[in-house]
Design a protein around this ligand. Structure first.
Ligand code: GLA
Length: 383
């Protein structure tokens, strides 16, 4: 799909669009499940995302056509108007969250498509939220800042989707810059751009093409574990500890008998991961990609054994990376399926890709997908 097709479809349904906007998905080099723990993350926007065409329609209704689902949703803009289609809830949520901030959105027509693979852990949902937040802010001149747009996307997940996510995905989708990773302190929301051009290496994603739908919202459950450990640590005369980011392994040890074994493991991962990101950033500054890669492998082990968000397929892909001499590899994003992110020396790239594709197919009868990572710009108007 491309913008020409998007405009044609828009024309058929609603006439000529006022403007076209696009907002990307993301990768994250390291720093997983640290965002809602007040820690750091190191994401980059990618060259895949959501593109939408939009026009004010002079009513108090929203009409949206999804090219991917070949489906229309129509809904009003009050709290009682929540649409039935799950994809439309993201757009409805964005409208509601804008209104909650005292701004008025009027009715609009929109059509959109995505080329972020769904369920691959590349944040297609944040791309959708950011695209609409950015577009509505622009066409109605609402004067919302980029920070507000990211927070609107996150609040949409919390209040209209039911995922208590951190801020990473929406932030990078809005703020991303071509050729740069973004080092974000998720407690203060201070950030800086980090040039990323590892000479002699490639960054590549291998998509396991599995998404394990688990009951009882395991993502939210992980967050609750982290909060339970923080509450226990605070009782031990450490009132300044607001997030696991502020905690040490010594503090965790103090509360070992007061938290469940599961919560302990979760916190052990997060406290280690906060430090791993800092170590990886220091190594990046020196161009020491071997250390960056080693940290990525350590993150994978932690996500698999302590945080327990990996699965057989992703552990297998991680083993393939080791087998083919890849410098660094780990599961990326929330977990339970999706992609591994791999830092691979140029000379080893071809053998890694062909070997892994064949091994994975032989083991699971699935053709994994391969995406080269191109670090790209965040939300923008394209026409
Ligand atoms: C999902 C969430 C993010 C973050 C990652 C894990 O992508 O949306 O906020 O927590 O998982 O790092």
């Amino acid at each position: 799909m491309d913008t020409k097709q998007l405009k044609d479809v828009f024309q058929q349904h609603y006439g000529t669009p006022d403007a076209i906007y696009s907002s990307p998905g993301r990768i994250n080099l390291i720093g997983e499940h640290t965002d809602y723990n007040g820690g750091f993350v190191l994401p980059g926007a990618i060259d895949k995302g959501i593109t939408l065409a939009i026009k004010a329609n002079g009513t108090d209704k929203v009409r949206v056509f999804s090219l991917d689902y070949n489906e229309t949703a129509e809904f009003g803009m009050t709290e009682a108007d929540k649409p039935a289609q799950s994809w439309a809830k993201y757009i409805f949520g964005v409208v509601r969250e804008i209104e909650k901030r005292g701004k008025t959105v009027k009715g609009f027509d929109a059509a959109f498509y995505g080329d972020v693979p769904l369920g691959a852990g590349l944040s297609s949902s944040a791309a959708l939220e950011s695209a609409f937040a950015f577009a509505l802010n622009d066409i109605y001149a609402l004067g919302l800042k980029r920070y507000d747009l990211a927070l609107i996307g996150q609040a949409t997940e919390h209040n209209y989707v039911g995922v208590k996510c951190g801020i990473m995905d929406q932030f990078i989708s809005i703020f991303g810059k071509k050729g740069r990773l973004l080092s974000l302190d998720c407690r203060s929301l201070n950030y800086e751009f980090v040039p990323f051009d590892p000479a002699g290496y490639k960054l590549v994603l291998i998509d396991s093409c599995v998404k394990h739908e688990l009951v009882n919202n395991p993502y939210n459950r992980r967050r609750e574990s982290c909060e339970a450990v923080v509450a226990a640590i605070r009782k031990h005369h450490h009132p300044y500890v607001q997030f696991l980011r502020d905690a040490t392994f010594e503090m965790l040890e103090e509360v070992k008998d007061e938290v469940s074994a599961e919560d302990y493991m979760r916190a052990e991962f997060v406290i280690g991961e906060v430090q791993r990101l800092l170590d990886a950033c220091a190594a990046l500054e020196k161009g020491d990609y071997k250390t960056v890669g080693q940290k990525m492998y350590e993150t994978h082990t932690g996500l698999s054994k302590l945080y327990e968000v990996s699965c057989e397929e992703l552990d297998f892909l991680n083993d393939c990376a080791k087998k083919y001499g890849v410098t660094g590899s780990r599961i990326m994003g929330g977990g339970f399926g999706g992609c591994t992110i791999n830092l691979v020396e140029d000379a080893k790239y071809d053998a890694f890709i062909s070997g892994t594709v064949a091994d994975y197919k032989a083991k699971f009868s699935i053709d994994p997908k391969v995406y080269d990572v191109v670090i790209s710009d965040g939300a923008r108007k394209i026409e």
